[in-house]
Ligand binder design. Structure first.
Ligand code: PGA
Length: 251
């Protein structure tokens, strides 16, 4: 296992300013980090500075939900990796399935975003995952492996990125794969990483998709699961805090 479990809260396009402050306050007042667990939150970009200021003296890191593949330029509405770094981010999520679907992002673009985030000293969390159709056809492993190979640039060091395995059909649905399926996929991701010359033991592989307090303990016991990318449950300080505590209890 690569270091402590990593629990990432992806707020997506949720919470108004007041809500972001309330959630952050709760996380910094007892419902947040515990010893031996790495915690990061990914607020909407408009609230990054605000949340960043509130977590500054706490053991919570900040990340962006996406970045553009270029450093700067004429890209209306986009945000650069450099800007994320400027406002105090250490991480950025790239290739989330909602970006791949809503914004037609290809693995080729994602690869460029990964490179740009490294260039700007951010650690990218590279999301990959199969659709229900692919799982149903028995093609989950090959689909995820292909996505991973296409999204990870050759020139990357093994310590420079995190992988998040998020089955598209499990995101926000309340359904998760069987623990055996999660184990099989994480083992396959390790193999794929080895095949593209990465020290697979140095790469954290998170699971994401309907992680809740009720299923976190069993998911964290699965071999090669290095933490969780949490969406819906990260919007409740009680639920997110409980997931963090469960991760802490595993150590
Ligand atoms: P979820 O989202 O926990 O709401 O399923 C996970 C994600 O999309 O990162």
């Amino acid at each position: 296992m690569v270091g402590p479990l990593f629990i990432a809260g992806n707020w997506k396009m949720n919470l108004d300013k007041e809500g972001a402050i309330e959630l952050t306050d709760a996380l910094t007042n007892g419902q947040g980090p515990v010893k031996g667990v790495d915690v990061a939150v990914f607020p909407p970009s408009l609230w990054l500075t605000l949340v960043g200021d509130l977590i500054r003296s706490h053991d919570i890191k900040l990340g962006g939900q996406d970045c553009h593949e270029e450093l700067e330029g004429a890209h209306t509405g986009d945000i650069s990796a450099k800007m994320l770094k400027d406002v105090g981010c250490d991480y950025v999520i790239v290739g989330h399935s909602e970006r791949r679907t809503d914004h037609f992002e290809t693995s080729e673009t994602i690869k460029k975003k990964v490179l740009m985030s490294i260039k700007c000293n951010l650690c990218p969390i590279v999301c990959i995952g199969e659709t229900w159709d692919e799982r149903d056809k028995g093609a989950a492993i090959s689909a995820v492996s292909a996505q991973l190979k296409e999204s990870i640039p050759d020139e990357l060091g093994s310590e420079q990125f995190i992988v998040a395995y998020e089955p598209v059909w499990a995101i926000g649905s309340g359904r998760i794969p069987t623990l055996n399926d999660i184990e099989e996929m994480h083992a396959s991701i390790k193999e794929t990483l080895l095949s593209i010359n990465h020290k697979a033991d140095k790469v954290r592989i998170l699971y994401g998709g309907s992680v809740k307090p009720a299923n976190a303990a069993e998911i964290f016991k699965v071999e090669n699961v290095g933490g969780a990318l949490v969406g819906g449950a990260s919007l409740s300080a009680a639920d997110f805090g409980e997931i963090i505590s469960i991760a802490g209890a595993k150590n």
